[in-house]
Design a protein around this ligand. Structure first.
Ligand code: ATP
Ligand code: MG
Length: 239
């Protein structure tokens, strides 16, 4: 469904993404992990067309390389950001309608927005200004705005950051429902290994922009290279 082929991104001297190739299959939850600064968010920025790069990114047979971000959104790729990005002066309802109007390429779809608000259990906050939402509300809103664009793939960047155990559980359930009930393919960048091993079918580990391993979460978390570079012996001993 989504394939990166020998993708490289340099910021001056720094090689943020180094000759990276991987494929995400339709219907999967695909995980990405790696140390801080490994290049995870940059991978999303390249897929969504924020920067030029070497190599090729293909989505459903369409070559995305060189396409502007709005066209990539309309091709069916949606993302959330590591730090919640919202329109603070708009209500939840208006924010989702903006996503629907500008992201989908098919215009406003009030019934679709209704469905998302119900799915995310945001009805009570529908006419609340987004800057009044708590962190969980902002996270759901950001996911909702992404869903409003009617994507084929949803890319989440550290959705659990800053959440407590109860919120992490709620977000994991939500991600599973989006995958299973909405039938969406999902990519998730996350630091919590337990979240990745529970949610994903395939796990890509990167370090300094390069692939360390891409395998089932069971195998990836036992890969000696991964343990050495990222997870640490403590995790291996406890699991
Ligand atoms: N626009 C930019 N200009 C210059 N350097 C950048 C830019 N964006 C990212 N980098 C650098 O590229 C490297 C990878 O950054 P990136 O944000 O992709 O890491 P990450 O894996 O998402 O890390 P984290 O876990 O901290 O979010 C870092 O060294 C970062 O400083
Ligand atoms: Mg990041």
């Amino acid at each position: 469904m989504l394939a990166l082929k020998n993708v490289t991104k340099k910021f001056g001297e720094l090689i943020a993404v180094n000759d990276l190739s991987f494929t995400v299959e339709q219907g999967q939850i695909f995980g990405i992990a790696g140390p801080n600064g490994a290049g995870k968010s940059t991978v999303y920025n390249l897929i969504t067309g924020f920067y030029p790069y070497e190599g090729e990114i293909v989505f459903n047979g369409k070559n995305l390389s060189g396409m502007p971000p709005y066209k990539i959104a309309r091709a069916g790729i949606a993302r959330t950001f590591q730090i919640p990005q919202i329109f603070p002066s708009l209500t939840v309802d208006t924010s989702l309608n903006v996503g629907s109007r500008f992201g989908s390429g098919t215009g406003l779809d009030p019934a679709h927005v209704d469905k998302i608000i119900e799915f995310l259990e945001l009805s009570e906050d529908r006419f609340t200004k987004t800057n009044k939402l708590n962190l969980m509300g902002k996270k759901k809103l950001m996911i909702g705005a992404a869903l409003a664009t009617k994507p084929g793939i949803l890319m989440l960047d550290e959705p659990m950051a800053g959440s407590n155990a109860r919120e992490i559980k709620a977000l994991m359930d939500l991600i599973l429902r989006i995958n299973q009930e909405m039938g969406l393919t999902i990519i998730i960048i996350e630091h919590f290994m337990k979240v990745l091993t529970e949610l994903t079918q395939e796990l890509l580990i990167i370090e300094s922009g390069s692939m360390i391993c891409c395998d089932s979460p069971e195998k990836a978390t036992r890969d000696p290279k991964v343990i050495e570079s990222y997870i640490g012996d403590a995790y291996a001993e406890n699991n």
